[in-house]
Design a protein around this ligand. Structure first.
Ligand code: EPZ
Length: 463
């Protein structure tokens, strides 16, 4: 009997992260020119933290431009477990946090989404207590949370870590966190977001110095301000939050996904195609646009929320170093490396944000790329061509980068590990197909056959 579609916490049919997704593959035939326009979805890294931020409010909120992603479904599951009522309509989510019935996030759901940890700040500030399993590490690094914990302690919280769970509470008869001056040793996006959210309901003023300046942090700040929070310095490295007793409902649209937009820009560059994208916020892509121009492409701002990529005759070798915003984003590192594998020279790519975010190198090498890794630095010697091959995605951005490499390679690439891709990209293959790419998602026996077949590549066929 046909399995009924899995309906998720948002009342949505589950996006492809059913068990089959782990066996499905993307089959990509490379070197097809792309053309046309692609619509960019809402930012995953805004959606997740803004959804958590709804816990700060005791009235219903409406969030717009929320992408349909596995990670969004997982965050919705965490919030539902805490008592939030959630309903997805067309392109918005209605969330009613008025009756928080639990303050412990369930391990089985938290363990599948690191970003679940974002609920600790709002839950503690609103309810006075929060018990959240430690998010643990992932493919790209250990992902510690000591900056979050130390900041909450500075605001008067009692935080203990026992048996893999963070137990946080506001001690004594106080019912609110206390404003504090906090300096972050590192401009951590998550720590900035946790502490900013917690501070919105604290008693007094909190200053967060050396705060992260990523656009998603500013988006969260603007969402909190839309609920009545008092936050100054949005978009700078010093945030000043004056606590208020409560926050009110709002209807808020999140920003477009700058990482998805950057990924599509590179799809154009690697296939030597002119494509346009919207909606985008061009200044969110400053470093990416600058580096793509250095690499020989032109990026034209066609209107305040629309850009186009015009490829150069050659892909110029270009060095990058990932840095906190406004530096080159670590979430675009793997995708840019895909482009550099086909450049006309040698590029040096240094990953300074995460300690283990070069695992895609081995997969690129299977496609004929020439890359040497020393520590957190990769030296890429451009090659005239990549050859399609069976490859395995290791993490979210690596999976997108392998799709880009497949688009630029001769012949067929079969990518498995789609559970990584579906976490962060909404309908990637449909959007690429609309641009003219030859890319198909195969499941079950078709996936097995594609992965094992030794079909001749179109190039071999054409000789
Ligand atoms: C956010 O992760 C994003 N995730 C990441 O995107 C992104 O790569 C990262 O920011 C950097 O921009 C979401 O927003 C859901 P960090 P986050 O805290 O908050 C260290 C993607 O692909 N650190 O800025 O976890 C940490 O180990 C994902 O969409 C501490 O040492 O990033 C890392 O080396 C991947 N102690 C560095 O800071 C702490 O307490 C940056 O981490 C916190 C962080």
């Amino acid at each position: 009997m046909e399995d009924k579609p899995i309906v998720t916490a948002t009342g949505n049919q589950q996006v492809s992260n059913s068990p089959e997704a782990d066996n499905s593959v993307l089959e990509i035939w490379g070197r097809h020119p792309l053309t046309g326009h692609v619509t960019v979805s809402g930012a995953k890294n805004s959606a997740l933290v803004v959804m958590a931020g709804v816990l700060l409010c005791s009235q219903p909120c409406r969030l717009r431009n929320i992408p349909n992603l596995v990670d969004v479904e997982r965050m919705a599951a965490v919030l539902t477990a805490l008592g939030v009522k959630i309903k997805r309509e067309a392109d918005f989510l209605d969330l009613d946090p008025s009756d928080i019935s639990h303050t412990r996030a369930p391990y089985d759901i938290v363990s599948r989404l690191r970003a679940s940890f974002f609920v600790i700040g709002p839950l503690l500030a609103r309810m006075g207590v929060a018990r959240i399993p430690l998010p643990g590490g992932c493919a790209i690094g250990a992902r510690p949370v000591e900056l979050h914990v130390r900041g909450l302690q500075a605001m008067g919280a009692d935080v203990q870590i026992e048996h893999g769970t963070v137990h946080a509470c506001i001690p004594g008869i106080r019912k609110r966190l206390q404003g504090a001056n906090i300096y972050l040793d590192y401009p951590s996006v998550g720590a900035t977001e946790t502490l900013m959210m917690a501070a919105t309901l604290a008693e007094g003023e909190t200053v967060i110095d050396n705060a992260a300046q990523e656009p998603e942090v500013a988006d969260l700040a603007n969402f909190c301000r839309a609920m009545g929070a008092r936050i100054r310095g949005v978009g700078t490295k010093t945030l000043t939050i004056s606590g208020v007793p409560s926050l009110h409902s709002t209807d808020y649209a999140i920003v477009p996904d700058r990482v998805e937009a950057g990924t599509f820009l590179i799809a154009g560059a690697i296939t030597h195609s002119k494509i346009s994208l919207s909606p985008v916020v061009p200044e969110h892509l400053g470093a990416v646009i600058a580096k793509l121009q250095e690499a020989g492409s032109q990026v034209v701002v066609e209107s305040p929320n629309r850009i186009a990529l015009i490829p150069g005759a050659e892909i110029q070798a270009t060095d990058i170093q990932t840095l906190p915003y406004p530096g080159f984003p670590t979430d675009m590192q793997a995708q840019f490396m895909a482009l550099m594998t086909l450049s006309n020279g040698n590029s040096m790519l240094t990953e300074t944000v995460f300690e283990n975010r070069l695992r895609h190198v081995a997969e690129f090498s299977r496609m004929g790329a020439n890359i040497r890794v020393t520590g957190n630095c990769a030296v890429i010697q451009g090659v005239p061509m990549l050859s399609g091959a069976p490859v395995m995605a290791t993490d979210l951005r690596a999976s997108a980068a392998l799709v880009l490499a497949g688009l630029g390679a001769h012949g067929k690439t079969v990518m498995s590990g789609l559970q990584h891709l579906d976490r962060g990209y909404e309908q990637l293959e449909q959007k690429l197909t609309k641009l003219g790419a030859r890319i198909t998602r195969l499941e079950g026996s078709a996936a097995q056959a594609a992965a094992e077949s030794e079909e001749l590549t179109p190039t071999e066929l054409s000789v």
